[in-house]
Unconditional design. Structure first.
Length: 338
């Protein structure tokens, strides 16, 4: 089979009328002016994919380039002798496009829901504490610049809380993470936050809202659970992975800086996962039972915050787990240990 074509000599842009002869054994001959210019196996030629009505391009090893119209006979010959690319195969199988799209979406969902969170958790658990402390301090600085003001609690009140926390830590049989307690005032209301590196922030409204010392300690112990399990560290790492991935996709390095400098906003835009909250609750239940002999103050703390419904619920309280379910589980823990 001979096909009329256009040829280009190596390193030249001048067109030459030519013929391409395609043999049944896969050999390709290039005829120019009734003379054989090339005779090689098709496997030694770079042949473009014959997609749609686009011309097919044959590039020989010595630089000759031949362009031919993609006609049915050529398609049939290529199908017999050329290893087709995935693009060609998909073009010939329309339904495969839809299946491929579904596969891409599924892989993206698996990556988003499982692979990146799992990787972030593993990385967070391997980082040394000395690396996490400055990360937490940096996040706290961002919060101080945007959301927080200096605390309005008296020095005596702050010292009382700090001394009480120092007193209860030796009572705990669970691993106790390194902690630094901070007090701040904010319009955010009754909130508490656990930052990477053991930084725990208590807002004034939360401290004054608690009826008694045990209720406040249940909040602190819950935040200690987040610190121990490094939940916020995992969240920061997960955000960083996404920042780098997006930067690679869009080719804009400033994306990384924009996302990383907004890490503090993560505290308010992304609540902890259901499992993270339950993990922190379980840590607090065991600690409360060791310190106070009961988890009831923690259940009462949840109820008290719920009654103050005019306030926006704290981020750590308004997360995925249902509050009534958390109260029920806390009291069930007490009942089980009695």
């Amino acid at each position: 089979m001979r096909i009329s074509s256009t040829a280009f000599a190596p390193h030249q842009s001048t067109r030459v009328n030519a013929e391409l002869e395609l043999l049944d054994n896969g050999v390709v001959r290039l005829w120019i002016a009734d003379k054989v210019q090339q005779q090689v196996s098709c496997k030694e030629i770079a042949i473009s994919s014959s997609v749609g009505q686009l011309p097919t391009r044959f590039q020989f090893a010595d630089g000759w380039v031949v362009v031919v119209e993609t006609e049915p006979a050529l398609r049939h010959w290529l199908k017999q002798h050329q290893n087709r690319s995935i693009v060609v195969w998909l073009e010939a199988h329309k339904s495969a496009w839809f299946a491929s799209l579904l596969l891409i979406l599924f892989c993206g969902w698996v990556t988003y829901a499982f692979v990146i969170p799992w990787s972030a958790e593993k990385i967070a658990n391997t980082l040394p504490q000395r690396w996490l402390e400055p990360i937490g301090a940096s996040v706290l600085t961002q919060l101080d610049d945007t959301y927080f003001e200096p605390t309005r609690l008296t020095q005596a009140k702050q010292q009382q809380i700090l001394q009480r926390v120092a007193a209860i830590l030796p009572m705990l049989s669970q691993p106790v993470p390194s902690l630094t307690l901070h007090f701040r005032h904010s319009e955010l209301g009754a909130n508490a936050f656990a930052l990477p590196g053991g930084h725990i922030v208590l807002l004034d409204d939360l401290v004054t809202l608690m009826n008694n010392r045990a209720q406040l300690e249940s909040v602190i112990l819950h935040e200690m659970g987040h610190v121990y399990h490094r939940h916020m560290t995992s969240a920061v790492i997960e955000r960083s992975i996404w920042a780098v991935a997006i930067s690679l996709i869009v080719g804009d390095g400033s994306t990384v800086a924009d996302l990383l400098t907004g890490t503090a906003v993560l505290l308010f835009q992304n609540s902890q996962s259901r499992e993270a909250e339950y993990e922190a609750d379980r840590y607090a239940w065991r600690a409360m039972h060791e310190v106070h002999g009961s988890v009831e103050p923690m259940a009462q703390m949840f109820e008290r915050l719920h009654r103050h419904s005019t306030m926006e619920l704290p981020v750590w309280l308004s997360s995925h787990p249902d509050m009534n379910e958390r109260i029920r589980l806390a009291r069930a823990f007490d009942a089980k240990d009695q």
